[in-house]
Ligand binder design. Structure first.
Ligand SMILES: [Zn+2]
Ligand SMILES: [Zn+2]
Length: 367
């Protein structure tokens, strides 16, 4: 998931001891991702140190490396779909113990006192949450480094418990792709009587299908190409509608309670709004920016329909999603790569040549 550029208003600069760890990243714009070292803070009373075992590769990693979203802080170490094992805990930590499995998603800190944080909506922290990489570490004053790395040190509030029954590598993408689609499913109260549609079948879209099915909904994929049909059915979709086929689009007019739009680039949402039921909502989770063509309010007003947006999820909701995935045996579909393969992986992602998420085996970093 991409985040708007925000800077934390909390500026606590403390002199801290740090540990040097091996990582992969870039030291300036235009570089290929390569081996480098970064520092991690020593664990404070509420911190957990995690030996990273696997890290998912989100599209936003590639966009940050390529400088697609403006100015970056260097060195840049991507990765916000992190799973691993606890190696050290601070003296006040109660959530996890040394040896436990642990996960870290897109956030590593927030003010924890504002109205959003008090409602477990840390992703919407009014004082600016701290993102896992390229954010500002409130403890050290340095910027944050992501999961393409041996270790990470995170406040226990931002560390997730991982169900032991799941394939650990395939859990990693749940920390961004999973929660990004889970949060709107829960906010709009999707359940067994819901009709849900998903636009786009990538990292986010494939998780949206699995999670909506897990909640008991009837799930339809909107796709521009018929060749995604079998893949969608294999993931659990009940139907596929080819969005460029007018008669197919007409056949689902006023049908869906919730549409999760995962398309990451500018696109026309108007044909999809027409497929919403009365009081239905289309929620954008993959694209930030203006819409073109502009949004036509006629079908919205004539049917009290909404077009909304949603950003990842809070920590409590992320834990709820992980627990749900544990109970329902839901994980991401992944292709494992070695750390050294990351630049080639980005090239393949540009061509949508991945089903559906690359996950880095961090053991390869130690080679
Ligand atoms: Zn992401
Ligand atoms: Zn806050």
């Amino acid at each position: 998931m991409r985040f708007p550029d925000r800077t934390s208003s909390t500026k606590i600069r403390l002199k801290m001891n740090t540990t040097i760890v091996k990582a992969y990243g870039v030291e300036e714009l235009g570089e290929r991702v390569k081996e480098l070292t970064v520092s991690r803070r020593e664990v404070t009373a509420k911190d957990i140190e995690i030996e990273i075992l696997f890290c998912g590769v989100c599209h936003s990693d590639m966009h940050h490396v390529h400088g697609d979203w403006g100015k970056e802080k260097y060195p840049l170490v991507p990765g916000h779909e992190i799973v691993g094992r606890v190696t050290k805990v601070g003296k006040e930590v109660t959530k996890l113990a040394v040896g436990d499995l642990a996960g870290v998603g897109c956030l590593v800190d927030s003010c924890q006192t504002c109205d959003s944080c008090k409602k477990d909506l840390e992703q919407y922290c009014l004082n600016g949450s701290t993102v896992t990489y390229g954010g500002k570490d409130k403890h050290s004053g340095e910027h944050t480094f992501g999961g393409y790395s041996e270790k990470v040190v995170v406040d226990e509030h931002f560390v997730l418990k991982i169900p032991a029954n799941l394939n650990l590598a395939a859990v990693a993408p749940l920390l961004c792709a999973g929660i990004t689609t889970w949060s709107p499913l829960r906010h709009w109260k999707v359940g067994p009587n819901s009709k849900v549609a998903v636009i786009g079948l990538g990292g986010l879209g494939h998780m949206a299908i699995k999670l909506a099915k897990g909640l008991g909904a009837e799930v339809t994929l909107f796709s521009r190409s018929p060749n995604k049909e079998q893949d969608a059915f294999d993931l659990g979709a009940d139907a596929v509608i080819i969005s460029t086929d007018e008669s197919q689009m007409n056949s689902v007019s006023s049908k869906f309670d919730l549409i999760i739009d995962t398309v990451p680039y500018i696109h026309d949402v108007n044909p999809y709004v027409s497929t919403l039921s009365i009081d239905g909502t289309l929620v954008l989770v993959g694209y930030l920016g203006g819409l073109d063509p502009i949004l036509n309010t006629v079908p919205m007003i004539m049917g009290r329909k909404s077009v909304a947006g949603s950003l990842i999820g809070g920590l409590a909701e992320t834990q709820e999603m992980l627990d749900f995935c544990g109970e329902h045996n839901i994980v991401s579909e992944i292709e494992m790569i070695e750390m050294q393969d990351i630049n080639e992986a980005y090239q393949r992602m540009l061509k949508s040549d991945v089903k559906y998420r690359f996950v880095i085996d961090i053991a390869s970093l130690k080679k």
